[in-house]
Design a protein around this ligand. Sequence first.
Ligand code: UGA
Length: 319
Amino acid sequence: MSTVIVTGCAGFIGSHLCDRLLASGHEVIGLDAMTGNYPRWMKRRNLGSAAGHPKFHFMEVNLCADQLEELVRGADVVFHLAALPGVRSSWGPSFADYLGSNVLATQRLLEAVKSLDAARRPTVVYASSSSVYGDMEGPLAEDAPTYPRSPYGVSKLAAEQLCRVYASEFGIQAVSLRYFTVFGPRQRPDMAVHRFIRAALCGQPVTVYGDGEQTRDFTYVGDVVDANLAAAESGRAGDVFNIGGGNRASVNDLLTTIEAVCCVTLQRQIWPAQPGDVQRTYADVEQAAERLAFRPRVGLAEGVERQVADMRRLYGRQS
Ligand code: UGA
């Protein structure tokens, strides 16, 4: 690859991917709508290191409305990370935005790729989600049934299915990566690790939904970047891979880890379990290990330490 597009380049994972691609010498076209789902200054900060790079070209683009054919022409890979994220916020009238940002945007991007000569079409690496599965009893492989429990999960699954049909009907080289609760520096402010660390740094209580015994297969952002690069190189049309970090921990375990790293005791406020919130996620990553040589490297405590260091700078606190 040499010229690559990253949609959602100002987001949490997209910005890390841009940094790595630039460090490897690629020409990176970064697209982002700079939507206000969280503070724009955080998105601008995410782009901080890429922004001044001579090989980085930022464009504010709305994937649901703007002309995309000319944009994708000449690209070798499109990493499609732009989306409206968030499981618990996807109920109610906001679903129209989830449909647009997650489903329609993906369809328009795939149509733009399809409009190019077959030999000149970029590979598409789509950021899917563990939310497509719903609740998991054990480690789930990619062929497990998909029963999303939230409108967000439904929208991510719909976009993944679009990748599959554009791959099967038109041979588009679209690969889907199902990320499992990604954490690390620049994590979105609505996510648990960010909220808990912010509370620890600011001396505030945390909100725990349910009994806190729900578990996640936490995945460090750098490992997700590795998976994206490998999928662009080795993925085949229609492939789907679980990208899970192997850091299975409950919300209570996560709180204990953050307390140890920050040397604080967090006051817990217990709220009801939230609709759409699954009890556990647990990735079987054998496919990704075999085909993409995926080996998650960063454990929960180490990743939390790195995120704490970043968030001390983010919120301007030294201790
Ligand atoms: C996360 C992301 O937000 C989704 O974008 C992504 O697609 C999904 O992971 C995935 O892996 O598929 P989620 O697992 O809900 O979704 O991640 P968090 O927001 O970090 O929440 C993790 C757990 O902490 C949830 O059980 C949640 O209820 C709990 N939580 C969160 C709290 O108890 N308190 C909080 O203040 C925030």
